[in-house]
Design a protein around this ligand. Sequence first.
Ligand code: FES
Length: 374
Amino acid sequence: MLSTNVMLEPTESSASMWEQGVGDWASNEVRWLTCCRVFDETHDVKTFAFRTADGSPVRFEPGQFLTVSADIDGQQVQRCYTIASPPTRPYLVAITVKRVPGGVMSNWLHERMRSGMRLRAHGPAGAFTSTRAGAGKLLYLSAGSGITPLMSMTRASVDLGLNRDIVFVHSARTPADIVFRDELRRLAALAPGLRLLFVCEGHGDEHGWTGEARRLTLPMLMRQVPDFATREAFTCGPAGYRHAVREALREGGHDPARYHEESFDLSTMATAAAESKTVEVKAAEHASTFNVRLSKSGKTFPVQSAETLLAAARRAGVAIASSCSQGVCGTCKIRVLEGDVAMKHNGGIREREVQKGFRLLCCSRAQSDLVLDL
Ligand code: FES
């Protein structure tokens, strides 16, 4: 039982607590998870709680995500889902998934995943977390299922009795679409520093709705959270929502250096991946060719300086686990034993891992002949 009387500083102490064990389950390591519970959050959102197959605890930072994979209709499908449960309950990892029309994984999970079933997953990854934001005031802004990383952060903060000054602004289509609505209210009753603001586009069937019933705007933010410009802001939601929030905060005088957002968005990534492929094709005309050797198998293959190491490996028939292909999830992390690569990632690798020689192959390009630890 955690006592709310314990004075824990919400700064380095809590951040290092999460960091200690990060790496216990590396983001490029696959483990089996066993489903222990499935339950409805809203009419189209379910939570799936898992434990590791061997019962070991999972260490992660609140806000990180897992990459899960399943064989669906003969195809291996991978998707990244934020861990909605907090790291303070390490024997459980829960993902909260909205059923998306045509979404292969989300529909499969909703229709097929049951208690006792197993699922493969790569370890926790991602750098979207408020644990290193210092002791200042926080502003959480989420829309739809983008609430999950902020929920993990909030649950962890309340579990530890940190009583951080958090204003949590969540946007949904209607009150019935607010994920974790009752739980958030319970958490706010436990933690006086936590203030909630639900913003709905309309009241739906809830005619007694007294909350905001339109989209989030700067004037609304100024009225409801007058000190918003002094808060460290964390935003997660669809690309359009994030863009609107970013613009509103900027216009309202919020310091962009204190703004953080979860950039993980499959649709954005698909576009970015297509654009980067076009750039690769154009650059290939002026590319140098290097040689890659795999230290364990002895296999070699050529790579052009304009293409990613992941693309070259695939062309050579070398199987390397990957998911986002955008340097976010950390799945394709491999140690480079010899040679130089240029890497442009999106938060999927830590500085200390880079110092140890690890690189994300999906966003790394050869600058010389290479030897990979593979
Ligand atoms: Fe996600 Fe490389 S595949 S970081």
